[in-house]
Write a protein that binds this ligand. Structure first.
Ligand code: PEP
Ligand code: MG
Length: 315
């Protein structure tokens, strides 16, 4: 019965009353792009570009990078592709993007911080992206990982526009940015919440530490509070905000996130049908009520159970 129900709902993400929530794919390279491009996702919400460089000992040339980006963008004519610039360091070490050993890599010079130290890495990547974007019909948008301040967001956006790329965004992975999102989002065109790192930094729990998975649970109401703060700031600026962490693929949590105000959900393409079905069975007002239940819960378990019990049916 579930398979039949899943097959029946197709197309773009919509709540029962027609409120759009874009359903996008997380990809890590050309193979993922080919697979996702063949599905009916509305585009890519997170292209983790560091995966392209995992085996490289030196930063590839602009042309070598553009070659990869071209192949990815070609899979999505007329669809959006949100590209995250290099997120090296901590759990994603790269041979050539390294500033030496750090005591606390997750709190160190990773993500955009590393690109601030080595701006040539970011510039060559932006140049390659601009070349590939021009040659394909994809709607390319570029966002930075590990942004913590409005100054960093402005620094990044200026570089993106200088390369002729029209849209710059930030990931919301650091609670500071969520809390200050009104000011940070004034500097850019969009934001995407990375709940994997946002949970890590909100709960002060290393995402690589399996014994702490209960703290890293995106249903932790504190994490949802931080998500809600980010959404409020985005709303204040009229800027679109989405979620691209793993939590976006949980159908019940997807309802909560929609209720908190996110306009897109990016996930492994295999998760899209169940999320699409869940949205189709709830109005945006019901999603807001589910979000309220989750925020009022005393813990992650209670939040999940309250939403499951109140959702329209087994998802
Ligand atoms: C995240 O942190 O939630 C995210 C989407 O990025 P990554 O998992 O690649 O750090
Ligand atoms: Mg992250």
């Amino acid at each position: 019965a579930l398979a039949a129900a899943l097959a029946e709902v197709t197309g773009n993400g919509l709540t029962r009353d027609g409120h759009p929530v874009n359903l996008l794919a997380n990809i890590g390279g050309v193979d993922d792009a080919v697979a996702a491009g063949a599905t009916d996702v509305e585009g890519v919400g997170l292209f983790r570009t560091e995966f392209v460089y995992l085996s490289a000992q030196t930063m590839p040339t602009v042309e070598e990078q553009a070659e990869v980006y071209r192949k990815v963008f070609e899979q999505f004519p007329g669809r959006r592709v949100v590209v995250r610039t290099l997120d090296a360091g901590a759990d994603k070490p790269l041979a050539f993007a390294n500033l030496g050993d750090e005591e606390n890599p997750a709190l160190g010079r990773r993500g955009l911080r590393l690109c601030e130290a080595k701006p040539e890495l970011l510039d060559s990547q932006l140049e390659a992206l601009a070349v590939a974007a021009k040659e394909t019909g994809a709607d390319v948008r570029v966002m930075a990982p590990m942004v913590a301040t409005a100054d960093e967001a402005a620094w990044f956006a200026e570089r993106v526009y200088a390369h002729g790329l029209p849209k710059a965004g930030v990931m919301v992975e650091v609670p500071a940015v969520a809390l200050r999102s009104k000011h940070v989002l004034a500097e850019v065109d969009f934001a995407s919440i990375g709940t994997n790192d946002l949970a890590q930094y909100t709960m002060a729990a290393d995402r690589m530490e399996g014994e702490l998975s209960h703290l890293l649970d995106p249903w932790q109401p504190a994490v949802l509070d931080v998500v809600a703060a980010a959404c409020d700031g985005a709303d204040h600026n009229g800027k679109p905000i989405g979620v691209c962490g793993e939590s976006a693929g949980d159908p019940y949590l997807a309802l909560v996130l929609a209720g908190l105000g996110v306009r897109s959900l990016s996930m492994a393409p295999s998760k899209v049908p169940a999320v699409r079905l869940a949205l189709s069975k709830h109005t945006i007002q019901q999603c807001r009520q589910l979000a309220h239940l989750a925020l009022e819960a005393r813990g992650a378990h209670e939040a999940r159970e309250a939403v499951r019990a109140a959702a329209n049916e087994e998802l």
